[in-house]
Design a protein around this ligand. Structure first.
Ligand code: AMP
Ligand code: MG
Length: 488
């Protein structure tokens, strides 16, 4: 197999931010999934990776030359409570590759065995949740939403024990980086200013190189991260995505979506929708996500305060707090602007009118009161732009309720139906289809439903008759009882 050209800047430049560690070998490695387009983007030889050497590599049995596997240290607020040490309890960063576009990408395992950060956990992962990460990550990528992506999933040939024994697997994840809000919290909570500064400079070099060496760079970094998150969360909301576990250790500095655990896509529109089995208070509900993102960014801002202040005296600290607060207070405006930008595209509107935000809000309120499927509602609005209103009316329990809004929307025309269909997908990873694919893989060792669903998720825009089953909403009773789980 051709060598991987690893360049491990994280291990080299950030001592104290990780522990060197090795993956636990698997008894019977088997390649379940290889992302060939992504392998190609990374300059890897997909054909060579398909063979037994690939299976050994992606199960963690053969560490490729040049890799320096490390378990990354991080802290984090989980459901609002702070843990000063979380870290990679079942993950390892193998190293970084420079892709065909010159971008540095992390290559990391998830499910590769216990590490010094495992606490009570077994360090392992089951096939179902790892294939779920493939499906949702590839769907997000196809939807144009920044995301980490799965390169491969290898079966280990070993059971993992959850509520019942499940087949084990290792996921190989590709990310712009694994720098998280929690990575900053790790050093800040220890009062390790020296390493915190190195981490911030490293993050700037990696994600905002234009800021390197500038006098106000840490404030500018905070602003850049907040802007990326504003755009990201707006994109989530505009496709109906619920992350489900927006802890500070699951929020990246790169602006990529990370850690597809208890995530789900909304069906009938409801801003209070929650699917995660452990999210009793609805902290991470669909409509709470912008507020939580802001809360997480405030935690990041706190870690940066000692870097923002040029001295430790009271006045300098107060000035730093004021500067950071200005960024955090600007976040809702950036988010609203990004959201409205996306909504205008989904509504087919050209230009900007002061009444557009109300038009979008009233549309969402209609979808909510009429329990309309979010994805199909937007899609059928594009049909209405083509003069075909019947499919849209058919989604409403009381079609008459739609008429006044439709008249307002028409008055704000003309609408570009083709552009609308480029802003609102036809296919999203519907929960019942995801579960069906994972059940076949887990219970019957049958990967065909997974592969077919993945293929559909990669073509979310055009209405192809052959893919119709993936566009259908789940029966309402299924959605009402649907729950997702963490850390599996
Ligand atoms: P998550 O919310 O899934 O991102 O994980 C939160 C923390 O729990 C991280 O420190 C993970 O490494 C750790 N963790 C999750 N599952 C396991 C597991 N099975 N074994 C060890 N650590 C785990
Ligand atoms: Mg995580």
């Amino acid at each position: 197999m051709p060598p991987f050209a690893f360049d491990n800047s994280y291990a080299r430049e950030l001592p104290g931010a990780y522990v060197p560690w090795k993956p636990t070998p698997a008894p019977a490695p088997r390649l379940l999934y290889l992302n060939e387009p992504l392998a190609d983007e990374l300059g890897l030889d997909a054909a060579a990776l398909r063979g037994p050497e690939g299976a050994a590599l992606f199960a963690g049995n053969a560490v490729p030359e040049g890799a320096e596997p490390i378990a990354q240290a991080y802290a984090g607020h989980q459901f609002g409570g702070f843990s000063p040490q979380l870290g990679d309890g079942r993950a390892l960063l193998l190293g970084e590759l420079i892709d065909r576009h010159g971008q540095r990408r992390d290559i990391a395992f998830k499910g590769s065995g216990r590490t010094p950060f495992s606490r009570g956990g077994d360090g392992k992962a089951a096939v179902g949740p790892m294939l779920r990460e493939v499906l949702v990550g590839e769907a997000m990528h196809a939807l144009g939403i920044p995301t980490t992506r799965a390169l491969a999933v290898a079966g280990t040939g070993e059971p993992v024990y959850r509520e019942r024994p499940l087949p084990g697997a290792v996921l190989t994840r590709v990310a712009a980086s694994h720098l998280r809000v929690g990575t900053f919290q790790y050093f800040a909570s220890r009062g390790d200013l020296e390493r915190l500064r190195r981490l911030a400079d490293y993050t700037i070099a990696r994600h905002d190189p234009g800021l390197a060496g500038t006098p106000q760079r840490y404030l500018a970094l905070l602003r850049a991260v907040a802007r990326r998150q504003a755009v990201l969360i707006a994109q989530w909301l505009n496709v109906g995505f619920i992350h489900g576990v927006m802890n500070t250790d699951n929020m990246t500095l790169s602006g990529e979506t990370i850690d597809y655990g208890p995530c789900a896509f909304i069906e009938a529109y409801d801003p209070a929708a929650v699917f995660s089995s452990i999210d009793h208070g609805g902290r991470y509900a669909y409509g709470n996500q912008p507020g939580i993102a802001r809360w997480n960014l405030a935690r990041l801002a706190e870690t940066l305060l000692p870097l923002l202040a040029d001295s430790e005296d009271e006045a300098a600290m107060q000035h730093a707090v004021a500067q950071a607060t200005e960024v955090i207070d600007a976040f809702p405006g950036w988010f609203e602007a990004a959201l409205l930008d996306g909504q205008r595209r989904k509504l087919g509107l050209a230009g900007a009118d002061a009444a557009d935000a109300a038009l979008a809000q009233d549309w969402l309120a209609l979808l909510h009161t009429q329990a309309v499927d979010f994805t199909l509602g937007w899609r059928r609005l594009a049909d209405a732009a083509d003069g075909n209103d019947a499919p849209l009316r058919a989604l409403f329990a009381e079609p008459a309720a739609l008429e006044p809004w439709l008249a307002r929307w028409r008055a704000r025309g003309p609408h570009d139906a083709t552009a609308m269909r480029r802003a609102s997908p036809w296919i999203i990873p519907r929960n019942h289809r995801v579960e069906e694919a994972l059940a076949a893989a887990t219970n019957d060792d049958d990967l065909a439903p997974f592969e077919q669903l993945l293929d559909a998720l990669r073509r979310p825009w055009d209405e192809e008759a052959a893919l119709a089953r993936y566009a259908e909403p789940a029966p309402a009773a299924v959605t009402a009882g649907y729950q997702t789980f963490c850390g599996t």
